[in-house]
Design a protein around this ligand. Structure first.
Ligand code: ADP
Ligand code: MG
Length: 682
């Protein structure tokens, strides 16, 4: 089905020998198609300019008329220097070209010469890096620069690509549907590929990029749609029969009523669970929006259907907290909730695993200890992962393979705009809790400089006098855990001295799990007034009596992380505060601090964060699962992304796409990417 043209090996391009082919192979270029899809990462600009506006010592291209007979001098073996006078605009300049002796014979007074090189204004000398007799061809003015390997040079690469386009003019087939092309006025595929390599003018390059970005995003979205359809087809016949009456009794027994948004997402989740496909859903909600109770309801529902449930958290602290609150909620309904973490070992661990296999444990809560091979469930029906952005893609998939297609719910408190979420987690459905439970007071956020620490401590004392508690988060030193810990120890010592009479605790990554748990328990039960900590408390910790969050060197954190940290307070009804201590020397840092003081909505902040730092940073390195695009950028090209998504959803849903010959090239392109062989993502 794949058109033969695309499989043409690069060796068939004139001038590409074995050596070049080997080098190309190192760059993952094997076929003509690979070559044409290897886009330049930037362009050299040889647009001729008038020297009047050109700064000293800059690179420039000029066109002029030769005014003198070139003078050639040899100064070493095979080393030469050629100099010639050139009139360009109102400037009479000297052009110097090294090691191009052949120009001596070819250049005559009166010839037109195009020269690129470094312009030295005071000497009126242009030292040539490129010389071209005559005027440049239109498509040589903006020249592509490729990343190259082996013995290949950029110049050679240009030649190869140019030859490929010349030799196989019809190799590039249109794949986008006509209505899309005309609707968005997109450049045809063949022309776009030619222009991206050898632009004839800037505007054309812009149009080529626009077309190829759309194509990239559209193909990606279409692929996701196909995945989703396949995945749903592959797991047919697995629905849960949820006991709604028992579930409603549980919901009525909660000590608050659910928000409208919570009810809505619960409907979506239960809908998936009772349907005949496996749920693959992302639940986004701002910090404090009440995701835990949603997870609890889903887990309870699974139990009423005779299944086991698992809840996975990124840290032991959080796992312990979840286990505790689930135990409390589920106690009146005699559901067995157990905690499994890395620090539970020996006999207790074996017993736990045995009970799990037997099905005596209905809900298992844990860290990624849950996804080890020895953990065997009897009938796992639902897996919930909290703060899913902390888990790597591999870990998520491994969890999923724990049972035959369990329902999976990923929860995240790093909410992002909906279309972006739908696209990034392309094969997932997305539910969003977009309101906070009533009665919450917005957290007052202040930004101060280090010199104001005395006042911050005073303010802290005031809160402590009212019986409140405070967190103090220490600077983040990503490069060194040791420095991280040392920092926390120092801050702890200083505060212990400054706040004599109060109990100041310390938490960091070097403590053993038992020590951590003990510290957390002290803070939770109000036996400790201030908790000094590295970022280990970042996610999910719930201590409603804590009303003050102080963050040292706040500008070192990302917006999403600051928002998470801030979310540790404001969990009760009392007014809460967040103090950001930062000298913030850069513009980005200042902007970050300002946004934090002005915006309390996590969705809005994440949108800014994406703009400030880009998606790679936002989701963490590598583990993000972010698709890699050649040209497109999901944040920068957000509007195109949204359009492409809409178009892809519509097309994948129409039966014409699967039958109509008009879509054959597009289907082949998808086939090339292996999407049709795919059964499921993991
Ligand atoms: P997050 O979404 O950040 O995980 P939590 O699930 O920890 O938030 O909920 C934060 C707090 O709000 C908890 O103390 C929880 O009991 C409470 N809560 C959750 N839902 C509601 C609600 N509908 N009404 C009142 N309080 C709620
Ligand atoms: Mg939470």
């Amino acid at each position: 089905m794949i058109p033969v043209q695309n499989r043409i090996p690069v060796r068939e391009i004139q001038g590409v020998g074995e050596a070049a082919a080997d080098d190309l192979k190192q760059m993952d270029i094997v076929t003509l198609d690979d070559l044409l899809g290897y886009f330049p990462y930037r362009y050299d600009n040889y647009e001729p300019r008038d020297l009047a506006g050109v700064k000293d010592e800059t690179h420039v291209t000029v066109i002029g008329k030769v005014q003198s007979v070139p003078v050639l001098t040899f100064y070493a073996k095979k080393r030469s220097r050629l100099s010639v006078r050139l009139l360009t605009g109102r400037y009479l300049i000297k052009v110097i070209a090294f090691n191009r002796p052949y120009l001596k014979r070819r250049l005559k007074p009166g010839d037109t010469l195009t020269v690129s090189g470094k312009w030295e204004r005071h000497r009126a000398v242009l030292t040539a890096s490129e010389c071209h007799i005559g005027v440049p061809k239109r498509d040589e003015v903006i020249a592509p620069v490729y990343p190259v390997k082996g013995n290949l040079t950029v110049k050679r690469m240009r030649k190869i690509v140019r030859q490929a386009i010349r030799q196989f003019p019809n190799a590039i087939e249109e794949i986008l549907p006509k209505p899309v092309l005309t609707g968005y006025r997109l450049m045809g595929r063949g022309e776009a590929v030619r222009q991206i390599h050898f632009p004839t003018e800037r505007e054309k390059l812009h149009q080529a990029r626009r077309r190829l970005v759309y194509e990239e995003l559209f193909l990606y979205e279409l692929k996701m749609q196909v995945y989703k359809q396949k995945e749903r087809q592959s797991v047919l016949g697995k629905k849960m029969i949820i006991d709604r009456q028992r579930l409603n009794a549980f919901i009525r027994a909660l000590d608050f009523s659910l928000t409208k948004a919570q009810k809505l997402v619960i409907d979506e989740i239960l809908g998936d669970m009772s349907a005949d496909y496996a749920m693959n859903r992302l639940l986004q909600g701002d910090v404090g929006s009440g995701k835990t109770v949603v997870a609890a309801i889903a887990l309870f529902a699974a139990v009423t259907a005779g299944c086991q449930g698992a809840l996975m958290a990124p840290t032991e602290i959080l796992a312990a907290q979840h286990a505790e609150s689930l135990k409390k909620m589920f106690a009146p309904f005699s559901i067995n909730v157990s905690l499994l973490t890395g620090s539970i070992r020996g006999k207790r661990r074996n017993q736990l695993l045995e009970e799990l296999k037997e099905g005596d444990i209905q809900i298992l809560v844990g860290t990624h200890a849950l996804i080890q091979d020895e953990v065997i469930f009897r009938r796992l029906g639902l897996v919930v992962t909290d703060e899913q952005h902390r888990f790597g893609v591999v870990q998520r998939r491994r969890l999923r393979s724990k049972a035959e297609d369990p329902n999976v719910l990923y929860m995240t408190a790093t909410p992002i705009p909906r279309t972006l979420a739908l696209s990034i987690y392309g094969d997932m459905d997305v539910s969003t809790i977009d309101e906070l439970p009533g009665g919450r007071k917005p957290i007052r956020t202040y930004w101060v400089r280090h010199e104001m620490m005395g006042r911050v401590i005073h303010f802290m004392q005031e809160e402590l006098k009212r019986g409140r508690q405070a967190y103090v988060i220490c600077p983040l030193i990503e490069e060194s855990e040791q420095l991280d810990v040392q920092n926390a120890i120092n801050v702890h010592a200083r505060l212990t001295e400054a706040l004599s009479g109060s109990s100041v605790g310390l938490m960091h990554g070097r403590l053993t799990p038992d020590e951590k748990e003990a510290v957390m328990a002290d803070f939770k039960n109000n036996r400790m007034d201030v908790l000094v900590s590295t970022t280990v408390v970042e996610v999910g910790v719930n201590v409603p009596n804590a009303t003050l969050m102080v963050i040292y060197d706040a500008d070192r954190f990302g917006l999403a992380q600051l928002h998470q940290l801030r979310g540790r307070v404001g969990r009760g009804t009392a007014q809460s505060y967040c103090v950001l201590i930062a000298d913030a020397r850069s513009d980005v840092a200042r902007e970050k601090m300002k946004l934090m003081t002005e915006i309390s909505d996590g969705f809005k902040l994440s949108a800014y964060d994406l703009k400030l730092r880009g998606p790679g940073d936002f989701f963490g390195k590598k583990q993000s699962g972010l698709p890699a695009f050649k040209l497109a950028d999901m944040v920068h090209d957000y509007r195109t992304l949204a359009a492409a998504r809409k178009d892809a959803v519509r097309l994948a849903g129409s039966s014409r796409f699967w039958k109509d010959a008009a879509y054959l090239p597009l289907r082949s392109k998808l086939e090339e990417s292996g999407v049709f062989e795919h059964r499921r993502l993991d």
